[in-house]
Design a protein around this ligand. Structure first.
Ligand SMILES: [Mn+2]
Length: 357
């Protein structure tokens, strides 16, 4: 028996569906899987598509659609916000930290909450059945954050490890007994600055070292490690020194796919964006092409990057110079990640020169 949780807006439903497909496909030996989807206004059409995937594998799927009042309370009573982010669906992503409030039916003993930008590449049975003892959860430390992250230093260095929030195995029994929800609210209240990485920032603000079991890297592999040849060796070694990666002869060698159980397409590595070729993109596309969304046009990278750069600069629309900077940053990002789009980059640069100088 496995309880799995996802948070999904309507926009992300196709990617949650793809992730769920990979989970079912790689966990056929598990006798019972129930997927709970915290429903941030998913359309009936997308829900039916998600249901058809569960049906194909004879698995149970439950949409949790009656939590709007609770989510509004997060905003109005506990002052959770999404001003730093794109949409109000961000409020629902805090559900990943409040499974006792937003997922639990009062009977579950544990739940594994998975991000929409994750592809499951191996059985999770052993992980799911692990002994959580007296801990609240199990999660994978994000050691790369010590080298590159937009997170506040004070959060990164607060505990022994800084944890990634994309893959969390929660001990719901323990959460109910100790009223863990209140601890999350207290941590939110005590931190007065905007949470840069929303749920992940708050997770790390809430936790102390003894609350968490650290999981091996293979259970939440940040694909950034694959391309970051400058730092990979150091980071792999740190995981190994902490017993979270088998000792290797050569830490400069990339982990082979068969040793990675959970592929996390973090940040700029969204595999569903057109013209993006992050490592293991074929693992995503393999499943994408089996879903009912397979012919949906993929998002344009240029639009995404520009939207993102403008969004990250909240005053961008206030003045020419700021928009110019947002476009310049977009051009740089495209140059770095997508050199095959050099003509596009040249066009943006010419636009900037014409409009903003
Ligand atoms: Mn993620």
């Amino acid at each position: 028996m496995m309880n799995i949780g996802y948070v999904s807006s309507n926009e992300y439903a196709p990617y949650v569906g793809t992730s769920m497909y990979s989970l079912f496909d790689k966990n056929k030996e598990v006798d019972k899987i129930c997927v709970y989807i915290l429903d941030a206004h998913i359309s009936e059409d997308n829900k039916n598509k998600m249901r058809s995937i569960a049906q194909k594998f004879r698995r149970e799927i439950v949409f949790i659609s009656d939590r709007e009042k609770t989510v509004n309370e997060l905003r109005d009573v506990h002052h959770f916000d999404y001003s730093h982010h794109k949409t109000s669906a961000t409020l629902y992503t805090y559900g990943k930290l409040l499974p006792g409030l937003l997922f639990d039916d009062g009977k579950m003993d544990r739940i594994l909450i998975i991000d929409s930008d994750i592809i499951i590449n191996h059985s999770l049975k052993e992980l799911y059945d692990m002994d959580l003892e007296d801990h609240y959860l199990a999660a994978v430390p994000e050691i790369s954050a010590y080298y590159v992250s937009s997170e506040y230093k004070e959060i990164i260095y607060k505990n022994k490890f800084y944890y990634n929030s994309g893959f969390l195995l929660w001990n719901l029994k323990k959460i109910r007994e100790d009223n863990f929800n209140q601890r999350v609210f207290d941590a939110k209240k005590a931190f007065t600055k905007p949470l840069k990485l929303s749920d992940q920032s708050l997770l790390n603000l809430t936790l102390t070292d003894s609350d968490v079991v650290s999981l091996p890297l293979k259970y939440n592999y940040n694909l950034g490690l694959h391309t970051d040849s400058a730092r990979r060796e150091k980071i792999y070694k740190q995981y190994a020194d902490n017993g979270l990666l088998p000792k290797m002869k050569d830490y400069n060698k990339k982990l082979p796919a068969k040793e990675i159980y959970v592929l996390h397409f973090l940040g700029a590595r969204r595999p569903w964006i057109k013209y993006r070729y992050p490592p293991f993109v074929t693992y995503f596309l393999w499943y994408w092409r089996k879903t009912p969304w397979k012919s949906m046009p993929r998002e344009s990278f240029l639009d995404t990057v520009i939207k993102d750069k403008v969004k990250r600069n909240p005053n961008a629309l206030a003045g020419k110079g700021k928009i110019g900077r947002a476009y310049a940053a977009a051009a740089l990002t495209i140059e770095r990640y997508c050199p095959q789009l050099f003509a596009t980059v040249r066009r943006i640069k010419q636009k900037i020169v014409k409009k903003f100088k």
